[in-house]
Design a protein around this ligand. Structure first.
Ligand code: FAD
Length: 388
């Protein structure tokens, strides 16, 4: 029953009804357009990596697991040449209070795409020959048949080694938030599997699997609420980076398309409904308080890097692609909200890689789709239950 979700989303600042309304009216339609633009549909990723935790158990040979790579001439020319920032832009900021959180970013925000690595993730995201470009529109996240001990081992490792579920009274807020981010992402992945499922292999017929939706997500209220939390957390990162994202160069060598991308981004970022209905989707200033704040942040950053490293153990190419993209998207949200290199980014200009922004917006879109699907499929599940 999806109607039982009302009130404020735990640890956030907006209520369920407002989130649904905003998503239906503003976010979902906008994001669906944004992710189709040439800038946002190509993701650069290293898909063949050795799992650092277990010996390789072999990539699955399922047809629906394979990813189709872009031919060289398809992806934008401007993506091929990374430009470095002049070093005098990298102002060294000293004497900043360690534990305070900055809610704003410099208004002259965008200074060119950076090539600096993201401290929250394990991958070396700087350009290298092992990376391939993937057209995300041709490789949707959906059911792949990847299951069994390999998939289970990764989720288990992520939950048990990296962000154990703390009973709320003992839990420190930051650990709980890491758990909720992962659980929300897990719900979203399960929802996409359920929404786009291979119903009949012989006929290659795809469609929604209501039982799976109910069994994996809907019957667990905490999984639904964690999805909303993750959605609001990532949305906050996007709104915090408004100036940067508004000024960024969405250059793919096709001026008409690029102008359209910029205008779609502006429509989303400056939407009055977004600003009035849910001005602060999540309040990052509430975290890392107290003396142990900086130390705790380092610890959580290390845990998140381990989660990111475990994506190299995902034994299905397409799941690995979306796993890496979404973990990079979360890593980018964490970087925008909290820190560069475990230190505060107070006064330091925000610097993002093109690929980080692509991951961030595609992640937000996936989460927005999942929030919608909760209601669309939720009511079908209820109807099926009544009829059944
Ligand atoms: P799983 O989803 O594997 O869950 C394992 C256990 O985690 C559950 O038993 C439960 O105890 C706990 N759990 C489940 N959901 C939550 C939650 N939201 N919050 C907290 N705890 C939870 N398969 C595809 O078909 N397509 C994909 O694109 C895809 N992408 C994947 C990406 C990654 C990074 C990983 C690790 C797996 C992916 N898979 C994908 C596999 C898929 O997630 C499942 O592992 C698989 O379908 C088997 O499901 P399961 O029922 O065993 O439960």
């Amino acid at each position: 029953d999806t109607h039982k979700f009302s009130g404020i989303v735990e640890d956030c600042c907006c209520d369920y009804e407002t989130v649904d309304h905003l998503n239906n009216e503003v976010l979902h339609p906008s994001l669906q357009e944004i992710v189709k633009t040439p800038f946002f549909r190509y993701f650069k990723v290293k898909l063949w990596c050795d799992c650092p935790f277990w010996p390789d158990d072999g990539m699955c040979r399922l047809r629906d697991c394979s990813v189709c790579e872009c031919p060289e001439n398809e992806f934008p020319e401007s993506f091929k040449k990374p430009h470095r920032l002049p070093s005098d832009n990298l102002v060294c900021q000293e004497g900043k209070p360690e534990a305070a959180v900055d809610r704003t970013v410099d208004t002259k925000a965008f200074r060119g795409w950076t090539v600096i690595d993201n401290p929250w993730t394990n991958d070396d995201e700087t350009d290298n020959a092992e990376m391939t470009y993937i057209n995300l529109q041709l490789n949707p996240e959906r059911y792949t048949g990847y299951t069994g001990p390999s998939a289970r081992r990764i989720w288990d490792a992520i939950y048990s080694e990296n962000c154990p579920k703390y009973p709320s009274e003992e839990s420190c807020q930051e650990e709980r938030i890491l758990y909720k981010l992962i659980s929300g992402l897990h719900s979203s992945i399960s929802i996409h599997i359920a929404a786009d499922y291979l119903l009949d292999e012989a006929k290659n017929m795809w469609g929604p699997n209501l039982t799976l939706m109910h069994d994996r997500v809907l019957r667990y209220p905490d999984r639904v609420s964690n999805l909303y939390f993750t959605f609001l957390f990532v949305l906050r990162a996007v709104t915090k980076a408004t100036d940067y994202l508004e000024q960024a160069e969405y250059d793919t060598g096709n001026p008409n398309e690029d102008l359209k991308t910029q205008s779609l981004m502006r429509q989303l970022l400056y939407n009055p409904k977004l600003q009035s209905a849910c001005p602060l989707p999540f309040d990052e200033a509430k975290l890392w308080k107290g003396q142990s704040g900086p130390e705790l942040k380092q610890k959580i950053q290390k845990e998140f890097r381990n989660i990111s490293a475990s994506m190299d153990c995902v034994g299905c190419e397409k799941c690995r692609l979306w796993g890496k993209l979404q973990v990079l998207g979360l890593g980018t949200a964490l970087k925008i909200l909290f820190s560069v290199d475990g230190k505060e980014n107070l006064g330091n200009p925000l610097q993002l890689q093109r690929n980080e922004v692509i991951a961030l917006m595609n992640l937000l879109n996936r989460l927005s789709e999942s929030v919608r699907l909760i209601h669309e499929m939720g009511s079908s599940v209820e109807t099926a239950t009544i009829e059944g």
